[in-house]
Design a protein around this ligand. Structure first.
Ligand SMILES: [Zn+2]
Length: 226
């Protein structure tokens, strides 16, 4: 088994306890691939020859080439939410690597062909995610933080001091809430929750646009300050 999902009965919140998992000099790498007409960020996280793919929005030969030429074992495909510009490449990566896909089932409505105009096939995921879960893959722990609002099943992933925030939190912006299942009050609460649980120096890799930090957003975000 390449990856595993641990569902603790215990604390449903992620705290500072999780910081510092990555030792200094531990060669974890994050590569960003910008995909789809919506410029979605797909992240390839590599660690000791193993990898995790977050939000493959489209079939992408650059990503496939890196996986092939580096001989990476992809342990898991993690999805921050179900919108087509984040899941359109899931089946291609599954076919290529055999990795399981993880997503919160509350976003299943988006996985059907045509849910958004450019999704031309059904997407199948393998594991449901809930707030408080931990996915262990590529020798790393990805802590699942429920961050609904942009979509009903939106989650963020915390790995060490790095947060993959999907379309919840962007550089000086937040995700749209006008698609079905979106809710601006819920999104606001989700961003506040991230501010409340994460220290300022947490790096944020969003679903669109450039990276930021929790501290920068706390003071400069145009929509939610902390
Ligand atoms: Zn989205």
């Amino acid at each position: 088994m390449q990856s595993s999902l641990k569902r603790a009965n215990a604390p449903k919140t992620v705290t500072r306890f999780f910081r510092g998992i990555l030792k200094r000099g531990d060669p974890m790498e994050i590569r960003t691939f910008v995909m789809t007409p919506y410029q979605s960020n797909c992240y390839l996280i590599t660690h000791h020859g193993h990898a995790v793919v977050i939000d493959p929005g489209a079939r992408d030969s650059r990503l496939e080439d890196v996986i092939m030429t580096s001989g990476l074992t992809v342990d898991a495909i993690l999805l921050t939410h179900g919108h087509a510009d984040h899941v359109g490449g899931v089946m291609a990566i599954k076919d290529m690597t055999g990795a399981d896909a993880y997503m919160c089932n509350r976003d299943n409505r988006w996985l059907k062909r045509g849910s958004l105009p450019f999704l031309d096939h059904d997407v199948i995921t393998d594991h449901d995610l809930e707030d408080g879960d931990t996915v262990h893959a590529a020798g790393l722990d990805f802590h699942v933080i429920g961050t609904p609002g942009h979509s009903e099943g939106g989650v963020s992933f915390l790995c060490g001091d790095v947060l993959f925030s999907g379309d919840t939190l962007f550089f000086q912006n937040v995700g749209r809430t006008d698609l079905p299942g979106g809710d601006s009050k819920t999104l606001y609460m989700s961003v506040k929750k991230l501010y409340g649980m994460l220290p300022d120096d947490t790096k944020v890799f969003p679903g669109h646009g450039k990276p930021t930090t929790i501290g920068h957003e706390r003071t400069h975000n145009l929509f939610v300050r902390g």
